[in-house]
Write a new protein. Structure first.
Length: 137
């Protein structure tokens, strides 16, 4: 019984910090160290380490004093809407490249719609760090 009481005494919530916006940041703003602060309360699902989001871009408006969630930020955009990008399609050792028009703004790892300028068809493309779109079927 003594051990059970001892275990309950140890089983308390662990205090964790939450990263909040120091000021209101509009969408598409690059997050700098002075834009975030740590609060000593735990908000489930929020970012706990500022180094995880410094250098990232706000995908939505971040309001001062509110917790920042991982889905609220992303890699800075390498492709802007209406930008002409290279589309790559590769299968079984065959690679086809053409030009396409980005129909959205995206960072590396995002999937956006791209219009193939040759055929005028729209395809989903994974944007790479080089700014090219990679299409798979």
């Amino acid at each position: 019984m003594k051990y059970l009481v001892f275990l309950f005494a140890l089983a308390r919530p662990v205090a964790a910090d939450t990263v909040v916006a120091a000021r209101t940041l509009p969408a598409q703003t690059l997050i700098m160290a002075e834009d975030v602060i740590l609060r000593d309360h735990n908000v489930p699902g929020s970012v706990e380490d500022p180094s995880q989001i410094i250098g990232m871009e706000a995908k939505v408006a971040l309001y001062a004093g509110r917790p920042i969630r991982p889905r609220d930020v992303g890699y800075p955009a390498v492709v802007e809407r209406n930008q002409i990008i290279t589309l790559h399609y590769e299968t079984s050792g065959l690679m086809i490249s053409t030009e396409g028009r980005a129909l959205g703004r995206a960072g590396p790892g995002d999937v956006i719609r791209v219009m193939n300028l040759s055929s005028r068809s729209t395809v989903p493309a994974l944007i790479g760090a080089d700014g090219a779109g990679y299409v798979s079927r």
